[in-house]
Design a protein around this ligand. Structure first.
Ligand SMILES: NC(=O)c1ccc[n+]([C@@H]2O[C@H](COP(=O)([O-])OP(=O)(O)OC[C@H]3O[C@@H](n4cnc5c(N)ncnc54)[C@H](O)[C@@H]3O)[C@@H](O)[C@H]2O)c1
Ligand SMILES: O=P(O)(O)OC[C@H](O)CO
Length: 368
């Protein structure tokens, strides 16, 4: 294990979401001597956490520091929110709009804390990225300074202080740097950047490809096939992202290929596990009910399909996953169809106009 290191200013942090990643990051930040509060919608979970310093719903083997305080189930008050330096959101994408709508009145007229988002998904109903959800609920000025942390980062390994590196991005370089400084530890390194659209798309899309990789393993395909699938998934996510208006280089970062590689090659990934169990013949409803935590790829597949159809981009792997999850197609049959497609040019990148990103940047009042 690497040595503990305190780095920079000590902050007061409120984490929204007390699941695997929220409690993991609460633990990580407490270890850097920040003052950490964690909000949960479950009164029972709050009581249990504060009494036993264990999370009954996630990372059950881990003992948390006594100084982390769980709060809830009531939504944090304006007074509490205003006393924070940092608000960290570790809730599934489908819950972000609701949470930010409740939060907005507590921010009005006050100082805006540093906002950090770690969810990886696309909202089903609107196909929105989180950047757009923030603009819709809190306004473009807040969206422009929001920060996003993404990359190969299993909560289960971070609590064991396994060396981990992630991308931390924002449209505001200064805010990306602040978020990076907050998390910095010798075992946890942050690489900053300014393509939140690309980073968000990469984090969301890799979940769909992790389902594909798990499904391939469940169907009995071995290493050669997985390597092919990861490589073609990288090409596909880059094609979709470029057509959306993101930088193609973002897909070569930790948030892109780094996270894709991680989740497509490990059964620790919930998305991989969903795919594996589908490949073994289990029903999706049953898998979701028994998984115990969120697999964002399941909902993101719907949003991604809509985006891909709108852009007219070739995304055969993601379309195959959509057919199995939502069109009742047999996994093995659909996999064999994919394998019999004629190969396309290996580095075919779309030269589409990047309209969705332009629309979003216009909403934020920025020239694209
Ligand atoms: N677990 C990981 O290793 C990991 C790593 C990186 C990123 N992420 C991302 O972080 C996000 C959260 O993942 P997780 O693993 O913590 O999931 P989880 O299922 O373990 O926990 C989710 C938490 O959010 C809460 N929640 C759900 N809906 C909510 C809503 N509408 N309002 C408020 N709270 C709500 C749940 O009660 C729970 O406390 C996901 O987008 C995931 O992709 C997870
Ligand atoms: O367990 P998964 O599939 O949600 O993956 C968790 C993280 O996104 C890994 O970086």
């Amino acid at each position: 294990m690497l040595p503990h290191q305190n780095h920079g200013k000590k902050s007061k942090v409120l984490v929204f979401g007390a699941g695997n990643f929220g409690s993991c990051l609460a633990d990580h930040l407490e270890d850097s001597s920040h003052s950490v509060y964690m909000w949960s919608r479950s009164g029972d979970q709050v009581k249990y956490f504060n009494q036993y310093h264990r999370n009954p719903e996630a990372l059950q083997d881990h003992e948390f520091a006594e100084s982390i305080t769980a709060v809830g189930p009531e939504f944090p008050s304006a007074e509490m929110v205003q006393s924070m330096d940092v608000l960290l959101f570790a809730i599934p994408t489908e819950g972000v709009r609701e949470t930010l709508t409740a939060l907005k009145p507590t921010l009005d007229g006050g100082r805006i804390p540093l906002l950090i988002f770690v969810n990886k998904g696309i909202e089903i109903k609107t196909r929105a990225l989180t950047l757009e959800i923030i603009a819709d609920t809190c306004g473009p000025e807040i969206a422009k300074i929001a920060t996003f942390l993404s990359g190969p980062s299993f909560a289960k390994e971070i609590v064991k202080r396994q060396p981990t590196s992630v991308s931390v991005v924002s449209l505001s370089k200064e805010h990306a740097q602040q978020a990076s400084d907050l998390f910095h530890q010798p075992w946890f390194r942050c690489y900053t950047g300014d393509d939140p659209i690309g980073v968000e798309l990469a984090g969301a899309l890799k979940n769909v490809y992790a389902i594909a990789a798990g499904m391939a393993a469940g169907l009995g395909f071995e290493n050669n096939t997985r390597a092919m699938l990861i490589t073609r998934s990288l090409a596909e996510m880059t094609r979709v992202g470029t057509a959306y208006g993101a930088s193609p280089l973002t897909f070569l970062t930790l948030a892109g290929v780094g996270d894709l590689f991680l989740t497509c090659s490990s059964s620790t990934s919930r998305n991989y596990t969903v795919g594996y169990r589908l490949g073994k013949g289990e029903q999706l409803d049953h898998i979701i009910k028994t998984l115990g935590s969120v697999a964002e790829g399941v909902t993101t597949t719907k949003g991604m399909k809509a985006i891909v159809d709108e852009l007219g981009v070739a995304a055969p792997i993601a379309s195959g996953i959509y057919d199995v999850l939502y069109e009742g197609r047999d996994a093995e049959e659909r996999a064999n169809e994919l394998l019999s497609l004629p190969p396309m040019g290996e580095l075919d990148l779309s030269v589409e106009s990047g309209k969705p990103a332009k629309r979003l940047l216009e909403k934020l009042g920025l020239q694209s």
